[in-house]
Design a protein around this ligand. Structure first.
Ligand SMILES: [Zn+2]
Ligand SMILES: [Zn+2]
Length: 226
């Protein structure tokens, strides 16, 4: 099973098309791929999946791609992300779309991780050369969601996807996006302390405080959940 073969290619195509997959989807699709290639599932599915993905990673790393484990900031669910180690959307999408997506991402960062539909329309409307109607903005946002850069925020707007968080990590650091005080990974969508610079993902604050009201781990001020 650990020999790179059709099952691996099938899995790779799936995760490439989706950009990221939640853990449960990955397990389900792993079994499907084995089944379709008439490969006996391993006794230890978890270990088998680890080896299966390791074989794919070895094959795509030479091309500067990777599959990384991450956690979605919005849902708090663990996921696997297909990402490029060398370039980001800045190198691969059309200039007019790049300008729009960059502006959306910058405003998401400035707005504590979320951007509403009206703010998105305002961005499109503010462009001189490529002015976008509200309908066009909405259509493009759907495309960005489909290609795995953004995640739909319950039809109210968008947040950054796990893929964006990984591929844009250096840019986000340059924009002074802090690391989460809990899991120590970059934190765009989360709650900030009212008194110091501390920021935490919702899931990390919940884990730390066990559902009760807590104190900031840095300055001990009351932690206010949004
Ligand atoms: Zn965290
Ligand atoms: Zn604090």
């Amino acid at each position: 099973m650990n020999q790179y073969g059709v099952a691996h290619v099938r899995f790779l195509q799936k995760i490439m098309s989706k950009s990221f997959m939640y853990g449960s989807e990955v397990k389900e699709y792993f079994e499907k791929c084995l089944n379709a290639s008439n490969i006996e599932p391993p006794d230890d599915l978890k270990e088998g999946l680890f080896e299966f993905i390791k074989a794919i990673k070895l094959n795509i790393m030479k091309l500067n791609y990777d599959i990384e484990r991450s956690v979605c900031e919005k849902t708090g669910r663990s996921c696997y992300v297909f990402c490029c180690k060398k370039e980001s959307f800045k190198d691969t999408i059309k200039p007019e779309l790049r300008q729009f997506l960059t502006a959306i991402i910058n405003q998401i960062v400035d707005n504590n991780g979320r951007l509403g539909n009206i703010a998105i329309s305002n961005i499109g409307n503010s462009f001189n050369e490529y002015k976008l109607s509200a309908g066009e903005c909405d259509g493009l946002c759907r495309e960005f969601i489909k290609s795995g850069w953004l995640i739909d925020d319950d039809n109210c707007g968008v947040v950054l996807s796990p893929r964006a968080l990984i591929e844009l990590k250096d840019d986000l650091k340059d924009r002074n996006v802090p690391d989460c005080n809990g899991c120590k990974t970059i934190c765009v969508l989360g709650d900030s302390c009212q008194h110091c610079e501390t920021k935490m993902h919702f899931r990390c604050a919940k884990k730390l405080f066990g559902g009760d009201n807590g104190k900031c781990p840095n300055c001990s001020a009351d932690w206010i959940f949004s």
